[in-house]
Write a protein that binds this ligand. Structure first.
Ligand code: TPP
Ligand code: SF4
Length: 338
């Protein structure tokens, strides 16, 4: 078969460098557009399939567009900070500060106050960090930022453990999941049930103008939520689920699928809230069992061995997913027949 007869392109044209800017318009990728706004460029050192790299890129790109590039970011210590800025290099295309592990929210508040004093209120400020930097050590400064209603958007990239330092449990680690500090040992292996916290609901309790959850399997929804947050003055919080192939024991090529399954089983509800009230949700068309999500990740592998104890544990995780669906009204109920 000649090349002209091929229905599928079996070869790559040109090079992916600068998005194929040297080939015909129709063969170019988004990277070739001179109008693109990429906050996070190539050259960073995230693992293959890193959900955090993808989430951060889309979130900050959307924020750049919404702020007409008048944007500064403060980053807590963690994977995102480490893989984007190995000294003396950086992959960031925006003014970017590395705070301490626990004080990104407080530093962002200071940056925003400084911009205000200088008469540069058009410069918008983002703080960002992992779940450890947000739900654990950075929680106090974050709660203060909410309570003062500081004009900052805080983004948490939730990969459900302290990945940068070797997968230790955080207060966002799900029950029964294996981490380096919650091994598959003893009567109740993995992270304990009943511990931990879901920060979006704690943020809502502060009655701040805007809180949302987002997910790398729903990138348009993520972009819309970032844009909405950027249109609001005051404290905003967006919590993005970002699978971590290394810590979750998932295939790098499955990152989007894993993230999608978290939505479809109900364990990660997608919603938004204004001043403490839920104002929007992304409904699930058909709920899948939590085992469909768990079987893609080695951190849950011990639970899938069929024993009575494991069936009890899986049922308890299923109950959490079902409760989320009920609480946020995620399943469309069939219309009543007349
Ligand atoms: C006060 C303090 N304690 C501990 C550390 C070591 N440390 C650096 S990053 C990190 C874990 C980050 O985890 P997380 O915030 O969940 O982000 P991730 O790496 O998972 O994206 C830890 C414990 C530190 N830098 N500062
Ligand atoms: S350890 Fe996880 S969060 Fe960190 S760079 Fe690798 S995939 Fe991303």
């Amino acid at each position: 078969m000649s090349v002209q007869q091929q229905k599928v392109k079996f070869y790559q044209k040109g090079t992916y460098t600068v998005g194929n800017r040297l080939v015909n318009q129709k063969d170019r990728s988004v990277q070739a557009s001179m109008d693109r706004s990429n906050a996070l460029t190539c050259g960073h050192r995230a693992c293959q399939g890193c959900g955090e790299a993808l989430g951060a890129r889309y979130a900050i790109d959307a924020a750049m567009r919404a702020s007409k590039n008048q944007l500064m970011a403060v980053n807590a210590t963690g994977c995102l900070e480490v893989f984007t800025t190995p000294y003396p290099e950086t992959s960031w295309q925006i003014p970017w500060l590395h705070s301490l592990f626990g004080n990104a929210a407080a530093v962002a508040t200071g940056v925003q106050a400084a911009m205000k004093v200088k008469g540069k209120s058009e410069v918008r400020v983002i703080a960002q960090g992992g779940d450890g930097g947000t739900t654990d050590i950075g929680f106090g400064p974050l709660s203060g930022m909410f309570e003062r209603n500081d004009d900052v958007l805080y983004i948490c990239y939730d990969n459900e453990a302290y990945m940068n330092t070797g997968v230790q449990r955080s207060s966002a680690t799900p029950p029964a999941a294996r981490t380096a500090t919650t091994p598959v040992l003893g009567k109740e292996p993995g992270s304990e049930f009943g511990m931990g916290k879901f920060l979006p609901e704690i943020a809502m309790a502060h009655r701040i103008p805007y809180v949302a959850t987002a997910n790398v399997a729903a990138l348009h929804d993520l972009e819309t939520k970032i844009e909405k947050a950027m249109s609001i003055r005051g404290a905003k919080y967006i919590h993005i689920l970002v699978p971590c192939p290394l810590g979750w024991g998932s295939e790098p090529a499955q990152t989007i699928n894993v993230a999608r399954m978290a939505i479809k089983c109900g364990l990660f509800p997608l919603f938004e809230a204004e001043y403490g009230k839920v104002t929007g949700r992304v409904p699930i068309r058909e709920q899948v069992p939590v085992t469909e999500y768990m079987k893609l990740q080695k951190r849950f592998a011990h639970l899938l061995k069929k024993t009575e104890d494991n069936q009890r544990r899986v049922a308890a995780i299923q109950a959490i997913a079902d409760e989320n669906i009920e609480r946020y009204g995620l399943l469309k109920k069939p219309e009543a027949r007349s």
